[in-house]
Design a binder for this molecule. Structure first.
Ligand SMILES: [Ca+2]
Ligand SMILES: [Ca+2]
Ligand SMILES: [Ca+2]
Ligand SMILES: [Ca+2]
Length: 131
């Protein structure tokens, strides 16, 4: 009886870890990688960003304000990404942030984000903007 309980515990622990960060990254990578080469290039990241922008912008006013960006970028990051200083990010400003984060998340500078890079801190920051 005890052994069965332990097995059940192990099985659920395994299931839990499978649903963890790497599971999320796999799903994200799959969704963001239409050419299916296992990596995200900048065009794929920007395509994801366009979709995410629309999702974050239910009022459809062409810009993201601080409220719409909650959980994606903090106030300091928004300020840094907002050169015209109007307190919101338009699609161009948003695309520039993606490009910048893409570079940070791609330390080997090969033009693509692989799964390992996506799972790094910088990769997760990028993922928030594009998925
Ligand atoms: Ca790809
Ligand atoms: Ca808006
Ligand atoms: Ca702006
Ligand atoms: Ca890379």
């Amino acid at each position: 009886m005890k052994k069965i309980a332990l097995m059940t515990f192990l099985a659920s622990a395994l299931a839990l870890s499978a649903c963890g960060q790497s599971g999320d990254s796999s799903a994200a990578l799959k969704a963001l990688d239409p050419d299916n080469d296992g990596t995200i290039d900048l065009a794929e990241a920007q395509a994801g960003g366009t979709k995410k922008f629309a999702k974050l912008n239910p009022d459809n006013d062409g810009t993201l304000d601080e409220k719409e960006l909650a959980g994606v970028l903090d106030a300091a990051a928004i300020k840094a990404a907002d050169p015209d200083n109007d307190g919101t990010l338009d699609t161009k400003e948003y695309a520039a942030v993606i490009e910048q984060k893409f570079k940070t998340a791609n330390p080997d500078n090969d033009g693509t984000i692989d799964k390992k890079e996506l799972e790094s801190g910088a990769g997760q920051d990028l993922l928030k903007l594009i998925y």
